[in-house]
Design a protein around this ligand. Structure first.
Ligand SMILES: *Cc1c(COP(=O)(O)O)cnc(C)c1O
Length: 462
């Protein structure tokens, strides 16, 4: 299995190389040269299996000979052992034909644990074999960073630096990043937006001296191994509702396009997915682009679903690559235009995207109203991101096809928004009830590449 860059000018890599590298050297993202198919019978055979076994069968073909089957099974077992639910990704029903896939039972209460816990174990297995040491740098709008710090803390072959936008993450998110005491994890609070954090991480990867000097590795949602881990729960949930004998649809609260891209991969592998619905908050660049073809960032407006407050949606490049017939030059040109203000998707590529995705948006008021209404009609308390999904899903229900909306975080991660909508302040699960009593450790940084690189070099030298 080979991995190729979406910009067509970086070397092909193996799974292990692509995982350790993150961003390609030409600025592109790695994708598998071919997506392996699962037959109708392969998918039918997943019914009733534990999450870990489905994970093994779905992901195994992507790894080539990186690990033996036994090694990979052990990695998966360790990754999901810390989850607070035996099903890992359980489902509840919201209405006739509408289901909620709860992806928030991991150690930091958001779906990002599914990928990050796995990637932590994959890195550890790979680096302990080679004896190498790497520096992981990531940008976060809140949930990626806490998931990464939780997954990598204490691993001896890795230093982790997470950039988050100062004052723009929830207190639970911040504390999950700043309270782990392990010396190899560092939370950096940057003056700016998430897009600034993400841009500085990209800059570090494009600074090849720095990149090679500190052995930079990335675990943001651009890392292929993360997308891959997220493909699994599309299979477990669809099969639970009758796939492959029946089609299902998914609605995905979307920011960086990683989670929904995993659904796109599941469909390419053969899972019978009818609609894939992209749900955005008021930062609706993806909805606008899928509607009109214009991808023109116009500034982030902070919302009550901050993990989706994104204007430059990294993984969208992966689907553009397919929409442009895997023409790396064309993608490269679009990304140059984006730096200069924005781009317009060609008519043919837009048609392709509209055949693949439906989209919708939820305003702040609609999000709050949905949290309130769902509490009243089902007793379920949604986090604001999941509520964006549920609102957009409700507009796309079809009596003939069950809809699965992804619940991307636990409501206790965003207690203010939930309390404002319902009057109820959701509590943290008992295993993290002391979060507000733990000491915090954080470094303030300006939105300045040289300053950040200097800090990282200094910290890893000690
Ligand atoms: C990251 C995140 C999202 C957006 O996921 P993408 O893969 O970036 O599209 C949605 N909700 C929550 C709670 C998140 O943490």
């Amino acid at each position: 299995m080979k991995y190729i860059s979406t910009r067509g000018a970086a070397p092909d890599l193996t799974f292990e190389e692509a995982m350790l590298t993150g961003l390609a050297r030409d600025g592109g993202l790695y994708v598998p040269a071919e997506v392996p198919a699962m037959s109708h019978a392969d998918i039918a055979a997943l019914a009733g299996l534990p999450y870990e076994e489905v994970a093994f069968r779905v992901m195994r073909p992507y790894l080539g000979d990186t690990f033996t089957d036994d090694e990979f099974r052990e990695i998966i077992a360790k990754a999901y052992a810390g989850f607070g639910h035996a099903a890992r990704a359980p489902m509840v029903q919201l209405a006739p034909g509408h289901f909620l896939l709860e992806l928030f039972h991991g150690p930091t209460l958001a779906f990002k644990d599914f990928a990050m816990q796995l990637i932590g174990q994959l890195f550890q297995a790979s680096l302990s074999r080679s004896g190498d040491r790497v520096t992981i740098v990531g940008a976060t709008s809140g949930d990626t960073g806490s998931a990464a710090i939780e997954a990598f803390k204490g691993l001896d072959a890795v230093d982790v630096f997470i950039l988050f936008p100062h004052g723009r993450v929830s207190e639970v998110q911040r504390r999950q990043m700043t309270t782990p005491s392990e010396a190899n994890v560092h939370a950096l609070s940057l003056t700016g937006h998430f897009d600034d954090c993400q841009a500085r991480v990209k800059d570090m990867f494009n600074d090849h001296d720095f990149r090679d000097g500190v052995k930079l590795a990335g675990v943001n949602s651009i890392n292929w191994a993360r997308v891959l881990a997220q493909v699994v729960y599309y299979f477990t949930s669809a099969v639970a509702l009758g796939a492959p004998h029946r089609k299902v649809s998914f609605t995905v609260p979307t920011g960086n396009f990683g989670d929904i891209f995993a659904g796109y991969i599941a469909r390419k592998m053969g899972l019978p997915i009818d609609k894939l619905v992209v749900a955005t908050n008021q930062n609706d660049i993806l909805h606008r682009c899928l509607s009109t073809g214009d991808y023109i960032p116009d500034g982030v407006i902070p919302s009550i679903s901050p993990s989706m407050d994104i204007q430059v949606s990294s993984n969208f490049e992966r689907v553009l690559f397919d929409a442009y017939g895997r023409d790396g030059k064309a993608v490269s040109q679009l990304m140059d235009e984006l730096k200069a203000g924005g781009f317009t998707v060609s008519q043919g590529a837009l048609q392709h995207l509209q055949d693949l995705f439906v989209s919708g948006r939820a305003s702040e008021e609609e999000t709050t109203a949905t949290i309130k209404a769902l509490r009243a009609t089902t007793g379920e308390i949604l986090c604001p991101h999941s509520a964006v999904g549920v609102k957009v899903a409700q507009e796309n229900l079809d009596p003939a096809v069950p809809m699965i909306t992804l619940a991307t975080a636990h409501p206790a991660k965003f207690p203010d928004a939930v309390e404002a909508a319902t009057g109820i302040r959701p509590g943290l699960p008992p295993r993290m009830a002391d979060l507000f009593d733990r000491d915090e450790r954080v470094t303030r940084v300006e939105n300045d590449l040289a300053e950040i690189e200097h800090l990282i070099r200094e910290k890893i030298a000690n």
